[in-house]
Design a protein around this ligand. Structure first.
Ligand code: DGY
Length: 319
């Protein structure tokens, strides 16, 4: 059977696959497989190892006449046309659980970096703009004891809430349903979205990308936030109206934003958001810790092999 891997993976990860299958792997580090090549390779493939950088859409799936399994090295699968794949009897695997703590770490790091203007501080040094200690030079927002509002209280939301508890933050959250663990062990308070937006000093978006969450943070939502509030997004760029965010930041309607995700990705270096002093931006590195990425790759391989061998996947996308 033939497997197509759309990104360069370490030797130790692909060796067991090479022993059993005919493996085609994209060799360019840091770049996804070219679309034309993927469209060509998929025609013969039985298994596809993918990630958030590929569009696994109807056009591609139409060509995939032998495909049994799609395994994405990610928890999110909004880049995959799940409905078309299911209609064609293709199973889909993903990697929840193993990236929770790394993504929660990065989310909290971004919150702190944005609130305390850490990247701006580094820029000041690099550009030789540090003249002297001064009373209000590079002052930001406090974090300890402030109110955090988490939109999306899943595994990662809970991980962020645990970190917030360590900073004695008052934790508000909004979710499709109540999260007992967050309420009972962390003292988190469930809120309507509007109440969360008006009360939180830090609004952290961790909702999955669905048709219901598409641009859920727009002009109206940013207008409800405090002028001193900070917006953090480590979920998906599609959850945010980026033009509305730009205007809210430029007008001072909100204080700052920390963004790890964009729509589309990669964001262009000339994008207006990147020109704003009060934006701290990262290239979608929420889960980018070495141990985490190795574990994601290992789990994605297990899903792939199970799918090829008609065994239940470790984590199947059921939607
Ligand atoms: C995911 O897993 O969905 C992230 O966005 C990439 O780690």
């Amino acid at each position: 059977m033939k497997i197509v891997i759309t990104c360069k993976l370490p030797h130790e990860v692909i060796e067991p696959l090479q022993a059993k299958y005919d493996v085609v792997m994209w060799e360019k580090e840091g770049e996804p497989m070219e679309r034309a090549r993927l469209l060509h390779e998929i025609e013969e493939a039985h298994g596809l190892f993918t990630n958030v950088a590929d569009q696994i859409d109807a056009e591609l799936l139409e060509k995939a006449t032998n495909l049994k399994v799609i395994s994405t090295m990610a928890v999110g699968f909004d880049n995959i046309d799940v409905e078309t794949a299911k209609q064609k009897g293709i199973v889909i695997g993903h990697t929840p659980g193993v990236l929770t703590e790394a993504t929660a770490d990065l989310t909290f790091a971004l919150l702190m970096a944005t609130g305390r203007r850490i990247v701006e501080g580094m820029d000041v040094l690099r550009q030789d703009e540090w003249k002297s200690w001064a009373p209000f030079f590079l002052t930001g927002q406090e974090i300890y004891g402030k109110t955090i509002g988490i939109i999306g209280m899943g595994r990662i939301g809970l991980g962020v809430a645990r970190r917030a508890k360590g900073f004695s933050m008052n934790i508000l959250y909004h979710n499709r349903s109540h999260n007992k663990e967050a309420e009972e062990t962390l003292g988190a308070t469930y809120c309507k979205l509007d109440d969360l937006l008006t009360q939180a000093d830090y609004v952290v978006l961790l909702a999955p990308s669905t048709k219901d969450t598409y641009k859920m943070m727009g002009k109206e939502q940013f207008a409800k936030m405090k002028n001193s509030a900070i917006f953090i997004n480590t979920s998906r760029g599609t959850n945010v109206d980026e033009e509305a965010l730009y205007h809210a930041l430029e007008a001072g309607d909100i204080y700052a934003a920390g963004l790890d995700v964009f729509d589309p990705e990669p964001i262009s270096s000339s994008h207006p958001l990147l020109r704003l002093r009060n934006v701290t931006a990262l290239p979608h590195i929420g889960s980018a810790a070495i141990e985490t990425r190795l574990e994601m790759a290992r789990l994605a391989c297990e899903n792939l092999v199970n799918g090829l061998e008609d065994k239940p996947l470790v984590h199947e996308v059921k939607a």
